[in-house]
Write a protein that binds this ligand. Structure first.
Ligand SMILES: CCCCCCCCCC(=O)SCCNC(=O)CCNC(=O)[C@H](O)C(C)(C)COP(=O)(O)OP(=O)(O)OC[C@H]1O[C@@H](n2cnc3c(N)ncnc32)[C@H](O)[C@@H]1OP(=O)(O)O
Length: 167
């Protein structure tokens, strides 16, 4: 069994002083410190604070290939999930994906700049309903998702040491 290269990826539990920023910095979708991550950087439009919209452009290569020339479907799901998760902080909540459904409308190509966007739809108590799309620059929708995110009690996360520096 290969020995993990901990200089490239150290589990948070092995960090000397892990906190939420360090842990989030390894998020596969958006963490800058994850050498194998997607490094997505979103712009969030909160001009209507009740309906935030998150957008990024991305371009992937064969590292994430599924069908020849196209992005793996699981990575497409990751992209859509990540985009929807970016709506939670503007809504001032911590939330996790409970359910999502995806329409794979067209294969999503490698080596092309694409647009990933998400929009908050509605809220019912702890349940947040979001949607996300991957589009070509001409607006053609390649994949679309609807997601249900559940608001997590921030106090429980704090007790677990996830939202503040551990002492
Ligand atoms: C610290 C946050 C960091 C966020 C990082 C974001 C990364 C990107 C986003 C992700 O990928 S998060 C990782 C993937 N998600 C997970 O690992 C979550 C795993 N699931 C859980 O931990 C729990 O299921 C969860 C905390 C989400 C919810 O558990 P709960 O026990 O608190 O909620 P519950 O199961 O009772 O469901 C809440 C409500 O949703 C409803 N519900 C559940 N599934 C549903 C469904 N499919 N359709 C409609 N409603 C549904 C359910 O009926 C209920 O309705 P009511 O409140 O009205 O009773």
């Amino acid at each position: 069994m290969p020995i993990p290269d901990t200089s490239r990826h150290t589990p948070a539990s092995m960090d000397a002083n892990p906190n939420i920023e360090k842990r989030a910095s390894h998020c596969f979708g958006c963490g800058p410190a994850n050498p194998q991550g997607l490094h997505l950087v979103f712009t969030t439009d909160t001009s209507n604070p009740d309906i935030p919209v998150a957008t990024t452009q991305f371009q992937l290569d064969r590292l994430h290939e599924g069908p020849p020339g196209y992005i793996h479907g699981g990575i497409v799901a990751t992209l859509l999930d990540e985009a929807m998760s970016k709506l939670n902080r503007p809504l001032n909540v911590l939330a996790m994906t409970r359910h999502m459904e995806i329409d794979y409308l067209h294969p999503v190509p490698l080596y092309q700049s694409l647009v990933l966007t998400s929009r908050h739809l509605s809220r019912e108590g702890r349940k947040l309903f979001h949607r996300a799309e991957i589009q070509r620059p001409d607006g053609t929708v390649l994949a679309r998702a609807k997601g249900l995110f559940i608001v997590i009690d921030a106090r429980l996360l704090a007790l677990a040491g996830l939202t503040q520096p551990e002492s």
